[in-house]
Design a protein around this ligand. Structure first.
Ligand code: CO8
Length: 265
């Protein structure tokens, strides 16, 4: 297994078969996202995607305070506009992590998820938040604006009015409001965040692998396509799945009142 400086990786985490736990590990900087974190997360997500024994990942932050308090302001403060533009700064987060990870991953938000931290959480397939989680897009206070998808993904998640208010004022949203606003799937007590997220991830990892990937692909197509296009994608993927060995097994298992034994084909 690769060794990393800024993240921790645990496969079959805490004995949970098929579940990889990724932890951003810069608690002294509230897990701010610098270029090393990005480089290492890209590598770790690619390894997760390639590992056929793992079917669900969780991303969280180390320490008790933050998931990630944003892109690393100290690293960015000296960069010129030309550097950001020529490097197409922030583009690898979506291109390398979101687009290339076909298997699901859950953000377990354990504290501050601000700026790039909130944007990273929103890249996950869904968010489970501790009751201490706080979400925000405070970039405006730095004289800039979201750059890792905040204005787009937040608006799709919670609607124009709330997203606009959050981006224009930089205010934070607590976990209760985030759940009410559909930003997060579920809020759990802080101390139980990882245990609860592992349970949800274990449920997913116990499903037929092709169906897991297909379900993720279908739901995501709802954000990229018209209704007609999305419905065609859904029907075609559904039809393809009916040819899988796991479909025959799943239906036989139901009729025979037993658990399915998945082949992943
Ligand atoms: N980048 C770098 N270091 C950070 C960051 C960050 N985003 N957030 C916190 N830290 C560091 C602090 O500098 C501090 O380090 P040190 O001990 O060496 O001084 C340490 O983490 C602990 O932080 P605080 O002492 O500030 O902890 P508090 O509990 O007092 O406050 C807060 C917690 C409210 C979360 C506070 O740290 C904060 O406001 N952080 C910044 C939040 C933020 O603005 N995030 C958005 C970042 S910008 C972004 O993500 C998009 C790109 C913007 C481009 C900018 C171009 C210049």
């Amino acid at each position: 297994m690769a060794t990393y400086e800024t993240i921790l990786v645990e496969t079959d985490s805490r004995g949970t078969k098929g579940v990889t736990l990724l932890t951003i590990n810069r608690p002294q900087a509230l897990n701010a996202l610098n270029s090393k974190v990005l480089e290492e997360l890209i590598h770790a997500f690619a390894a997760y995607q390639a590992d056929a024994t793992q079917l669900c990942a969780i991303l969280t932050g180390s320490g008790d305070k933050a998931f990630a308090a944003g892109a690393d302001i100290k690293e960015m403060s000296d960069k010129a506009a030309a550097d950001f533009f020529l490097d197409d700064f922030f583009s690898p987060w979506t291109a390398e992590i979101v687009k290339k990870t076909r298997k699901p991953w859950i953000a377990a938000v354990n504290g501050f998820a601000l700026g790039g931290g909130c944007e990273l959480a929103m890249m996950a397939d869904f968010i489970i938040a501790s009751d201490k989680a706080r979400f925000g897009q405070p970039e405006i206070k730095l004289g800039v604006a979201p750059g890792m998808g905040g204005s787009q993904r937040l608006t799709r998640a919670i609607g124009k009015s709330k997203s606009m208010e959050m981006c224009l004022t930089g205010r934070m949203m607590n976990a209760e409001e985030a759940e009410r606003s559909n930003l997060v799937a579920r809020v759990v007590p802080h101390e139980e965040l990882i245990a609860e997220t592992l349970k949800t991830a274990a449920t997913i990892a116990g499903m037929p692998p092709m169906a897991v990937i297909a379900n993720k692909e279908m739901v995501n197509s709802a954000f990229e396509m018209t209704l007609d296009q999305g419905l065609i994608v859904e029907r075609r993927i559904f039809q393809i799945l009916t040819a899988s060995e796991d479909k025959a097994e799943g239906m036989a298992a139901f009729i025979e009142k037993r658990e399915g034994q998945w082949k992943g084909r």
